[in-house]
Write a protein that binds this ligand. Structure first.
Ligand code: SAH
Length: 250
């Protein structure tokens, strides 16, 4: 079973969907489920639909926010049933699965699913490095969430099987042997960096009364694409701190 790859369900309304998602995961060899603010969990309906995947539900993590659920992850893909206004790389399912499986050698990775009715909010998608959309019927493209989990976990399974055929060490073992300063920063480190950057931009009055959203989104994209390591973030934050210190003196 693969526990380096986390499946995250955000704001799921029906506990039966959580159970069906757990079953879908287990059939594809995945065991790590995280729930963000589920409406009803734990719940007998979740267990009823999990069938033999109770063990996945028993150890499911529950978090208040998506930021908390992703804190230790270093690579994250979000799922969408439709095109969004958020500008980010959009991957077909097979490529998304390949990237997730490859990224496991550099630490924790996650695939994020949205609410049954409204999907992921834009600010939640912005926490992701890329998005994936199952190319369904354009006139009826929204799958049931557990069905979407099944399709994408199947692709992850295929990518994993083709990797394991050639690999002599599994990805999680490789990741554990690398100095964390040589890995891409975690989501928690990236979020602390973005907050510091945004405070600096306020301190120098960069936005001059204009709404900061577009600039913040573009800067996010830039740094997510670069996938800086913790050392690089410390250098940048050192520059921000020195600038802030000088501003206070003047
Ligand atoms: N109106 C919502 C639909 C939500 S469907 C939206 O546009 O996002 C619930 C969840 O199932 C989605 O957030 C996504 O995680 C998953 N899902 C459904 N259809 C999908 C598709 N075609 N591709 C990728 N994920 C899909």
């Amino acid at each position: 079973m693969n526990d380096a790859l986390k499946i995250v369900l955000v704001g799921t309304r029906h506990p039966g969907n959580i159970g069906s998602a757990a079953r879908a995961m287990k059939t594809m060899g995945l065991s790590r489920l995280a729930l963000v603010a589920p409406e009803c969990f734990p719940d007998p309906h979740a267990y009823a639909l999990a069938a033999g995947a109770n063990d996945v539900l028993d150890v499911a993590e529950v978090h208040a926010t998506l930021e908390d659920a992703l804190a230790e992850c270093r690579f994250v893909i979000g799922t969408t049933a439709r095109r969004r206004t958020v500008t980010m790389p959009e991957l077909p399912p097979r490529d998304a699965a390949r990237q997730l499986v490859d990224a496991q050698a550099r630490g924790g990775v996650a695939l994020v699913f949205g609410r049954e009715r409204t999907g992921l909010e834009n600010h939640e998608l912005q926490l992701c490095h890329a998005s994936v959309c199952i190319p369904a019927n354009p006139d009826y493209s929204s799958l049931n969430i557990a069905a979407a989990v099944q399709v994408l976990c199947y692709e992850i399974r295929m990518a994993t099987l083709s990797t394991n055929a050639n690999a002599d060490m599994d990805a999680a073992t490789i990741a554990a042997s690398i100095d964390p300063d040589d890995l891409p920063a975690t989501q928690a480190e990236m979020e602390a960096f973005f907050q510091h950057f945004s405070a600096l931009l306020d301190d120098i009055d960069f936005h001059k009364g204009r709404p900061p959203d577009m600039i913040s989104q573009r800067l996010r994209r830039l740094f997510q694409r670069a996938q800086p390591d913790p050392r690089e973030l410390r250098i940048l934050r050192g520059i921000f701190s020195d600038t802030q210190r000088l501003l206070k003196k003047s």
